[in-house]
Each structure stands twice: as C-alpha cells, then as structure tokens.
Ligand binder design. Structure first.
Ligand SMILES: [Zn+2]
Length: 465
C-alpha cells in the first residue's frame, strides 16, 4: 500500500453517539464503527443526513462493540447497498443478533406512531430502516477472535483487544504497510474499567502511530465501591417492606447489578429479597453473557465452573411474557424490580413506575447517566409529578442515585490504559465525549504524557500519511 491515508470523523466526535470513523487507504475505504445518533432531536436528524460514503464501495465495517451508538447504523448501510464484511468479536456478533432487530423494530414503531399522529413532514413517514434490513446486516457479520490478525485488504489487517466495557467490547488496531513499514491506527472504542466483576480487565494494545481515544468521562472520577451504597438502599427497602425499582440498561448494567446483589447476599450483607428482572432483552442478553467464557474474569469463571450462575440471585424471577410482567403488579414488598429502559424513556419500567411512584414506600434507584429531557432526569430533579401514558402521575416515592456503576472508564482509568502504550503516538484524537470532557482529557494527556492531541470536529478529514 503506498497511496494516501486519510481519516474522516463522521460521528462520535464532539458527542457520545453516532460513532463513525472513515479510514481511506488508497482506493479502499473502511469504516470503524457504524453508530446511530441518539438523544436530542438535533442529533437524531443527523441519521437522515447524507454521508460522504458510497455504501456499495465500502470494503468493510469494523465494530468495536454492540451498543447501538456504535453499531445501529449498519442496517441503513445495508439498505443503501453495502454488502462487504462486518468484523466484530464473537460476543459482539451474538449481542447484535438481539440488539439490531430490536433497534429496527423501534424505528418501525416510531414511523407508525408518526403516521397515526400525522406529525411527520413525510407522508407516509418511513422508518430509518426495517427489521428485514437488520436481519440482512446480520448475514454480513464475520466472527473475529481476539487472538488473530485478520487481513482486510492487501497490506491492511486488523486485530481486536478487550476493553471490558460490555461483553465483547474491543479496541481495534489496524495495521497498515506503508512503504514497507508497519504503521498502526488504534481506535479505543468504549473503554471499560479495571477490577470490575464478570468481565476481564482491558488488555494493553502496545503501539499506535495514530490513536483515537474515547472521553465520555474524561473530566470525572467515579466514586469507589458503589456496591456498599447498594447494600444500604436494599437494607432500607427491606426494613420498610417497600418496593425498589431499578431502571436499568439491558446490556451490561442489569447483569452487573444482579452480580452485585448476589454477592452481597452470599456475603450476608443484605437480606435476600425477591428480585424480578422484567425485560425480555435483559434476559436474552444474560444468556449471551453466560455463553462466552472467553470474556469472563477469574471469579466469574470459578463460579460458572461450579455451576453457580453468578447472574442470578437467591430468589430470582424472570418475566418474559407480558402476563408475567403484569403479575408483578399484584406483589407487595419487600421486593426488587430491575427493568428497562435505564432512563425511563420507554419499556416495561414505565408500567411499574406508574403503579408505584405514588406510594411513599417505593424507592426508585438510578444506576446510570440520566440525559436531559428524560423522565429519569425529571425524577432526579425532584419533580413532584411526571407524565406517563398521557396522564400526570404523582411522585411520593424516594428517588436515589448511585453513580459508580458506569461501564465507561473514568479519567484515571483512561490514563491507565494510555499508559500501556510503549511509545507516544504521532497524534492522539480525543473523541466520543462532550466538549468539556474531551478538552479536560486532551489537556491532561498533554500534561502527563506529553502526547500531541487533537479534538476533531464532526465531518473533519485529516491526512495521516
Ligand atoms: Zn458503549
């Protein structure tokens, strides 16, 4: 390979969603991550904007992990004619089989809703992509192990390195042979954390000539030992025989919470309460978590070897069907309900909140970031009533938040991961963060490591070599 090498930032820069980095090596184009923009409308509209990519000519897509903000644009590319290979780790491929059809289903529902209400400018409103597009994109997946180097084109190859963010999450290293010399481009994907349950710690990558590093929490340090706060909350709930509702993301967060609850039970630090996981997706994802021993840390492995599944508690109930979900309504405390969505923007958790928010013996516990404009944020802000299913529901429940359960590395953990590189990259691009977080991290990298950094703008194209 001897032609020009460029990188273009088409999402996931200046924001945390829509990750798409286009690498052009001579005639060949590769896309690192293929994420959907999510959140505020201003961002969601970007999913409809034209991209400087001809999907039919794109050689390959490489996915760092299964979260929709990194993978959820793939069915759109397939709809537009992309037929190349999609490389991802085996666990990521399995998670995508659950997540992509679900994302497509939501797109179809949204279009249907817009047509019913007549609020779309387009008549009829069309979904961004369909469930069929999602299934067609699954056919392109190439299961890629961590151990091997895979050739993408002549003189271009890839390798994945674990990041411990969610099951299957990896950093990707692209090796490029330029004028007989090996050069490396590394994309961190989303970085996970050290010494956390279930998943192995992030692996060191070694070298990079050009590095993209995420910065979601580039300006923050996570509180230590969130499980101790969790134990306190569960104690209080048991004492007043109340109901604890935990709105939780189906992928990763739910599994980690259940792991902690079980561990606290085993250590005799909390009374064992009935725990209901009310989210079909979380249940499917938990099965995938158990089926990938190559992802498990030592403790998880030992428990699995003893056939003690660490992802269920003593009094554990799963609600798959709507009937099973409704049956939870008749139960009185003490009990724990873990249900999606994590920001109470939709999903079955809304039914539980509508029923139990007016009861002062209810505690709602948030364990993840609550974005502006969500019901989760309104509750955190102390609103005395919130709107659900067209009616105002009074809030008499206690609202609590535990911050330390994040799946993203904090400032110190990012620096620790960067510290494993054997030499300074030629350029480090700080991506996947809102501006204050990215600039705080860039400044720190400059100060502590003396590396050359840049915060790329959306749409910016840089010549690497
Ligand atoms: Zn992620």
């Amino acid at each position: 390979m001897s032609n020009q090498l460029t990188l273009q930032f088409l999402g996931g820069s200046g924001t945390v969603t829509g990750s798409k980095f286009l690498l052009t090596a001579g005639e060949d184009q590769f896309l690192l991550d293929c994420g959907l923009f999510q959140g505020l409308k201003e961002y969601r509209l970007r999913n409809w904007a034209p991209l400087p990519i001809r999907p039919k000519e794109l050689r390959a897509v490489i996915l760092t992990h299964a979260h929709i903000d990194h993978s959820g644009f793939l069915p759109k590319f397939v709809q537009q004619g992309f037929r190349g290979d999609v490389y991802a780790t085996p666990a990521t491929c399995d998670l995508l089989r659950v997540l992509l059809p679900d994302a497509a289903h939501l797109q179809e529902e949204e279009a249907r809703y817009a047509n019913q209400r007549g609020y779309s400018k387009h008549k009829p409103a069309l979904p961004l992509y369909t469930v069929e597009d999602a299934y067609r994109s699954l056919d392109l997946l190439r299961r890629t192990n961590y151990s091997g180097e895979v050739e993408l084109a002549q003189g271009v190859s890839l390798r994945f390195f674990r990041t411990g963010h969610i099951l299957g999450a990896a950093a990707v290293r692209i090796t490029l042979e330029i004028d007989g010399r090996k050069r490396y481009l590394v994309d961190s994907g989303d970085l996970g954390r050290y010494h956390r349950p279930i998943l192995r710690d992030p692996d060191p990558v070694g070298q990079a000539d050009w590095l993209l590093v995420e910065s979601t929490y580039g300006d923050r340090i996570h509180p230590d030992k969130p499980e101790e706060e969790l134990a306190r909350v569960i104690h209080d709930v048991a004492e007043e025989r109340g109901c604890l509702i935990i709105p939780s993301f189906a992928v990763g967060r739910t599994q980690e919470l259940i792991y902690f609850i079980r561990q606290l039970e085993d250590q005799g630090r909390i009374p064992s309460l009935p725990v209901y996981v009310d989210s079909p997706m979380a249940i499917n994802v938990t099965d995938i978590y158990c089926a990938h021993p190559e992802e498990h840390d030592l403790d998880m492995k030992l428990l699995m070897d003893q056939k003690l599944c660490p992802l269920c508690c003593r009094q554990f109930h799963l609600a798959r069907s709507p009937e099973e979900s409704r049956a939870i309504n008749d139960l009185s405390g003490p009990l724990i309900i873990v249900s999606a969505s994590g920001m109470a923007t939709g999903g079955r958790v809304l039914h539980h909140l509508r029923l139990r928010l007016p009861d002062p013996r209810t505690t709602v516990l948030f364990v993840g970031f609550q974005a502006e404009g969500t019901r989760g944020r309104a509750l955190q802000d102390g609103k005395k009533e919130i709107k659900m299913f067209g009616e105002m529901v009074p809030v008499r429940a206690k609202i609590k938040t535990i911050d330390g359960f994040s799946a993203h590395a904090d400032q110190q953990e990012i620096l620790r991961w960067l510290g494993n590189f054997t030499r300074a990259p030629q350029k480090t691009f700080v991506v996947h963060g809102e501006f204050p977080a990215s600039s705080a991290l860039a400044e720190l990298i400059g100060k502590k490591l003396r590396w050359n950094t840049e915060i790329p703008k959306n749409g910016q194209r840089v010549i690497l070599a």
